[in-house]
Design a protein around this ligand. Structure first.
Ligand SMILES: [Zn+2]
Length: 151
């Protein structure tokens, strides 16, 4: 599969190798070019937050070197592969609706894994899993233990 966008650097690949689980990194496009109109539109819709759509990771300006962020989005690429597009986008839309509600104080933040009782990695929500992976890469030991409990 060939898509427009950048590829991972050797250092990024080394940091992300444990997460790939059969994903060929050449199949994943990093969309981080400033003149990429699709990227601009996607990031405008996401209000400037990084987002993974299928095998495309849209990276906001100045975040390209953030390997923990790339790990978070690579977890979403894995979810997309495991669940298929219908389940992935349905769950993603539901998580983002919960996130908006959380910002109004109406729901728990779907990214926050610290406020829920500890369980196996696969039992966490979609964004909790990605946040656990991100926090693991940033050095959080509890997140590392949970991620190791079942990728
Ligand atoms: Zn996410």
């Amino acid at each position: 599969m060939s898509q427009s966008g950048s590829t991972f650097s050797p250092a990024e690949l080394e940091s992300l190798a444990w997460l790939l689980d059969g994903i060929d990194p050449l199949d994943v496009a990093l969309r981080c070019e400033e003149d990429d109109a699709t990227r601009g539109l996607v990031l405008w819709c996401s209000r400037g937050r990084p987002i993974a759509l299928g095998h495309r990771i849209f990276v906001p300006k100045g975040r390209r070197g953030d390997v923990a962020l790339l790990a978070h989005e690579m977890m979403h690429v894995r979810q997309y592969r495991e669940w298929g597009p219908l389940v992935y986008y349905a769950r993603g839309a539901w998580e983002q609706a919960k996130y908006l509600a959380s910002r109004m104080g109406l729901a728990a933040n779907p990214y926050d894994w610290t406020g829920t009782p500890r369980k196996r990695f696969t039992e966490y929500g979609m964004e909790q899993q990605a946040q656990l992976v991100e926090d693991h890469v940033r050095g959080d030991q509890t997140a590392a233990e949970i991620v190791r409990s079942g990728k």
